[in-house]
Design a protein around this ligand. Sequence first.
Ligand code: FMN
Length: 214
Amino acid sequence: MHFDFTDIREMPKIQRLNLINSITGIKPGNLIGTKSNDGQSNLAVISSIVHLGSNPALLGFILRPQIDVRRHTYENILSTGVYTINHIHEDFIAQAHYTSAKFPADVSEFKACGLTEEYHNACYAPFVKESPVQIGMKYLESMKIEANNTVMVVGQIEHIHIDEHALSKENYVNLETLKSVGIGGLNSYYRLSKIGEFPYARPHETPDFTNEKK
Ligand SMILES: Cc1cc2nc3c(=O)[nH]c(=O)nc-3n(C[C@H](O)[C@H](O)[C@H](O)COP(=O)(O)O)c2cc1C
């Protein structure tokens, strides 16, 4: 099957959204926890988190257009300067998914979706108690992406809570051990299984994939 630019542009809205949202493959499954200045907690499933750099340790995520909908997550991040990123575990994918419903500002998705607020390290934003990886973030900056009115939110990792059994000797995180999930499109959750591991790739150590006789 082949879709060109015009096919994509003229596709019915929902079909285009589903196709384009799932075409890049698996995205990380996380919940962003925030709290407003007057103490109202908020939780939202977000699949667009990306690694920006390790030193300093920075993560970004994309917030969808801000035009007609008020985004509580963004408001809370801007007003308090902190947020948490929490892996979705396969035991609570339904609860995680329904945090995306547009609950009124005075309803906490923690309560509505049966997840538990947890506080550590004097961080004002709530962590998700049930999450196998909890990351405390300090907000740094946002960049507007003019092409589609989205915003890239950039933050610095301040704290990481993770079960040490899921860390290799070199500190790689094993997502299979943690039972963290991946997200496809806007509605599908995948179990992750590790199928390979390789050393840092150097030209002179590359196996001969060419089948050329030497
Ligand atoms: C699987 C999934 C992934 C999502 N990923 C994102 C995302 O990366 N960025 C975003 O802005 N919204 C994303 N959303 C939508 C938010 O979860 C949703 O708008 C949420 O209500 C925002 O909460 P808030 O209004 O309390 O900030 C996603 C929704 C689902 C179901």
